[in-house]
Design a binder for this molecule. Structure first.
Ligand code: NAD
Length: 379
């Protein structure tokens, strides 16, 4: 089985789905790897590095796709890529299966097996394969670094001969993986951090990182899988009343709140932004899903008439391509190893395995109940 890595073509995308360390480990398992020339250029990986790790470096994406059984990617596949695929191939990349029925249909029409790496269950076993978690960790870190660079103040408390500098106040809205990473990063830089999440379970995580949890009494938005559902109109009002004054006092507000399959909830209204001090910074990590801040412009950075810097961050992980690629690569390597059967070189589709059932969105194992012999087919 040959695994292929074409260069990412989405504007602004700098990551690569495999780095040489993973290539070497996959080669050691008996898999072949093909990489498009230049695929790792932004992630600090040269073609020679890939070559030394045992990959075949090919001059075009078309050559890689044609030569591979399993094709990896960091961004959702585009039309031209899908049109190139042939029956029997497998793609392992984000596919946004809950919202992109059109994409799944296009892949199915080509007879391709589709593994949606963004559909992994949030379980302990799947954690090592979970690109959403690894990339959200990078995103939360980067959001705070971006905010610190934009803020015309320093983060830490400083007692100096030139007087005492008060620590920056950072407010993090949404305390999932990205939010917790943002909290940890802001704390490391010495800020005083507050955070809010509509899931009650988030309190313990927030407090364990040394931040203060902003309590909004009322409902607990947690649903199966640890995700949040949309909250009621009453809760939204209570939430706005409770976090409004926190936003006004914050030097930095990092917003990361998401609800699967829904537009991002608006937590910071235009009026709240107006009440912020000039020079304050909002980094809206949810910008690609519409934003948690009412005035966010996805992909843009602008300054309001009141002097508030608003950054609509759409792909912060791509601003840290070395480590983001390294983490992605380890995740996808673990997933491939999980999906590969005992022969070591073909995909095993085990209908009894929760990870397989969740990620193989086209060409998956039969839904028939599996007995002791129900170890699925192979690719
Ligand atoms: P996410 O990106 O879907 O959402 C980010 C955060 O926004 C969530 O914490 C959510 O509760 C919050 N949110 C949604 N609506 C909100 C609102 N109106 N106000 C305030 N906050 C709001 O979340 P995620 O980072 O992908 O994490 C989802 C869940 O999965 C979490 O419970 C997390 O702990 C869990 N998780 C588990 C594993 C694992 O066990 N392997 C790995 C990663 C994440």
């Amino acid at each position: 089985m040959r695994v292929g890595v074409p260069r990412e073509v989405e504007p602004g995308e700098t990551r690569t789905a495999l780095v040489p360390e993973s290539v070497a480990r996959l080669r050691a398992r008996g898999l072949e790897v093909a990489v498009e020339a230049g695929a790792g250029v932004h992630a600090g990986v040269t073609d020679a590095d890939f070559d030394r790790a045992g990959a075949v470096v090919m001059s075009s994406a078309a050559a890689v796709v044609d030569a591979s059984d399993v094709i990896l990617g960091v961004q959702l596949p585009g039309r031209a890529f899908v049109a190139r695929l042939r029956a029997g191939q497998t793609v392992v990349m984000p596919l946004d299966p809950a919202r992109r029925a059109d994409l799944l249909q296009a892949l199915a029409a080509r007879g391709v097996r589709a593994v949606a790496i963004d559909a992994l269950p949030r379980t302990t076993l799947a954690q090592a394969m979970d690109v959403r978690s690894s990339q959200a960790t990078v995103v939360g870190y980067r959001a705070v670094v971006v905010a610190a660079c934009a803020l015309p103040k320093m983060f830490p408390l400083m007692t100096t001969a030139a007087g005492t500098i008060a620590p920056a106040r950072v407010l993090v809205l949404g305390a999932g993986v990205a939010g917790l990473s943002a909290i940890a990063t802001a704390r490391r830089l010495g800020a005083v951090v507050e955070a809010f999440d509509a899931r009650r379970a988030a309190r313990e995580h927030v407090e364990s990182l040394g931040a203060r949890f902003v309590e909004v009494p009322g409902e607990d938005a947690e649903v199966a899988g640890g995700y949040a559902r949309e909250v009621s109109a009453e809760y939204r009002l209570a939430q706005a009343a409770r976090i409004g004054d926190r936003v006004a006092r914050a030097d930095v507000c990092v917003t990361t709140a998401l609800v699967p399959g829904r537009p991002a909830p608006v937590l910071v209204t235009a009026a709240m932004v107006e009440a912020m001090r000039s020079g304050s910074v909002i980094v809206d990590v949810a910008a690609a899903e519409g934003g948690n801040c009412e005035v966010t412009r996805p992909g843009e950075r602008f300054v309001t008439s009141g002097g508030v810097i608003v950054i609509g961050a759409v792909n912060l992980a791509a601003e840290v391509p070395v480590h983001a690629s390294q983490m992605w690569s380890r995740n996808v390597e673990k997933l491939l190893v999980h999906l590969i059967g005992p022969d070591g070189v073909t995909l095993r589709l085990d209908a009894t395995d929760a990870i397989t059932r969740a990620v193989v969105v086209i060409g998956g194992p039969s839904a028939a109940p599996a007995g002791p012999a129900g170890k699925g087919g192979s690719a």
